[in-house]
Design a binder for this molecule. Sequence first.
Ligand SMILES: CC(C)(COP(=O)(O)OP(=O)(O)OC[C@H]1O[C@@H](n2cnc3c(N)ncnc32)[C@H](O)[C@@H]1OP(=O)(O)O)[C@@H](O)C(=O)NCCC(=O)NCCS
Length: 182
Amino acid sequence: MRDDDPRCVELEAAGYRIVGESWAARLRDPDPAALKQAVLRAAGLTVRELDRSSAAAWHELETANEKDYPYTPATRRVVQPVDELAELWTTGRVFGAFDGERLVGATYISLQGETGFTSVLDGYRGRGVGQAVKAASILALYADGVRVFGTGGAALNDASLGANLALGYVIEERWRSYAPRD
Ligand SMILES: CC(C)(COP(=O)(O)OP(=O)(O)OC[C@H]1O[C@@H](n2cnc3c(N)ncnc32)[C@H](O)[C@@H]1OP(=O)(O)O)[C@@H](O)C(=O)NCCC(=O)NCCS
């Protein structure tokens, strides 16, 4: 339920409790120069688009990071088998950061500009890698004419929120998951 939906008050009066909070953000008419700077922050790493030949490496990265995606009923992440992950190339594009041959960060974005998920390997977080791969994905779609970009996440994910706000995303919606009180 969106947090400005009048039914929130009714649910809470009926004894429902909030069991998760999440947000949706938009980036409108991004500044390509600022995004290029964000890509450059991944100093020492190679940031580039991935093709299907990286499906196994991407699967390995996502499997290592699965436990670190904060759980909410609206934002849980269960890593799909590698063949299903590879199917995402039919609906979107994938961008990654490599330390040498090792994939250490990646993001998936739909052809319409909606980010699906992003993850960075533990040990590489908090130094701009998440922003770099995401900025690369936005720049690529920007070149194709996309001007509005969407993303979302769990309310308690400060790193995800921080990375998106730094790129210029603005939170436009907040959502709540409710469950009946036991
Ligand atoms: C979320 C995630 C992809 C972000 O990648 P990252 O490389 O750590 O992010 P960045 O360093 O590019 O940006 C994080 C920003 O948030 C800020 N931040 C705030 N709280 C933070 C925290 N607890 N941890 C890390 N960064 C934090 C950082 O300072 C940084 O902002 P700045 O560049 O203005 O200083 C990464 O932490 C991750 O893989 N987490 C597990 C998977 C996940 O939750 N994915 C997101 C859901 S789709």
